[in-house]
Design a protein around this ligand. Structure first.
Ligand SMILES: Nc1ncnc2c1ncn2[C@@H]1O[C@H](COP(=O)(O)OP(=O)(O)OP(=O)(O)O)[C@@H](O)[C@H]1O
Ligand SMILES: [Mg+2]
Length: 259
């Protein structure tokens, strides 16, 4: 589904992503792990068109998407959540989720003026789909209320619903479990599984190794922008270099892996 070759991003003297090559197969959960500053978020920014690569090739469904604008890539079916939850408190929960769907519709400002009836119909469909996704992520809050009062874990779910409202084929999640308690983390892990089972391919950046090791089909480990390992969770977890450079120093999980 996704094919990345020799992808490189330089910021001045910093090589944030360094000659990275990998593949993501359809309907798999592929996790990207590595220490702070390894280049994980930068990779997501490159894949979604937020940043232009310095070098390399990104092909999504056999189309070269390098240099395409973010909204074009989104329309092709690549959606994401952000490391810092980005929710607008001056809009309702429903409106926040509907924002996601707007990338799919044909009605811009001009066409809305010209073809009001079609626009109204589209708006109703967007609303319906947004409500469906709010339910699907298990967010038990009034969709017409402001998200301002929601606890952090539920704000995360609003972001999930918004990303899903674009009907993505590939969903990129940047640290979806950060700041969540154990129960919420487990819920998010189940939700990611459910999303994958519904046919969506997932790329996951996450520091919580219990989530990564439990739900990933495949794990890629980055350090200083470079791939240092890639494989099944069990293989990666035992990899000496990965333990030395990441798991061993930053995570209890390496010392106490689940059987
Ligand atoms: N817009 C930017 N301009 C300059 N340097 C940047 C920019 N974005 C990222 N960097 C640098 O690129 C490197 C990779 O950063 P990135 O945010 O991708 O890491 P990360 O793996 O997501 O880290 P974390 O786990 O802390 O989120 C870091 O050295 C960072 O300082
Ligand atoms: Mg990051």
């Amino acid at each position: 589904m996704l094919n990345v070759e020799g992808l490189t991003k330089e910021f001045g003297g910093v090589v944030a992503v360094n000659d990275l090559s990998f593949e993501v197969r359809e309907k798999q959960i592929k996790s990207i792990i590595g220490p702070n500053g390894a280049g994980k978020t930068t990779l997501f920014n490159l894949l979604t068109g937020l940043l232009p690569p310095s070098r390399g090739r990104i092909s999504f469904l056999d189309t070269n998407i390098c240099g395409l604008r973010p909204h074009v890539i989104a329309r092709m079916g690549v959606s994401r959540s952000f490391q810092n939850v980005e929710i607008f408190d001056n809009m309702s929960i429903l409106e926040n989720v509907m924002l996601g769907r707007h990338c799919r519709t044909s009605c811009g400002a001009v066409s809305i003026a010209l073809r009001r009836r079609k626009a109204v119909k589209e708006e109703a469909l967007i609303r319906e789909e947004a409500l469906r996704q709010i339910e699907a992520v298990g967010l038990d809050a009034d969709p017409h209320s402001s998200p301002a009062a929601l606890p952090f874990g539920k704000r995360r779910l609003v972001e999930f619903a918004r990303a899903l409202a674009t009907s993505p084929r590939l969903l990129l999640l940047d640290e979806p479990a950060s700041g969540l308690n154990m129960r919420e983390t487990e819920q998010v892990a189940q939700l990611i599984r459910k999303i994958r089972d519904s046919g969506v391919t997932v790329m996951l950046v996450e520091h919580d190794m219990s989530v990564v090791m439990e739900i990933s089909d495949d794990v890629l480990v980055m350090d200083y922008g470079t791939k240092i390992a890639e494989g099944k969770p069990r293989e990666v977890q035992k990899n000496r270099e990965v333990i030395a450079r990441y798991l061993g120093r930053s995570n209890e999980y390496a010392k106490n892996p689940k059987p």
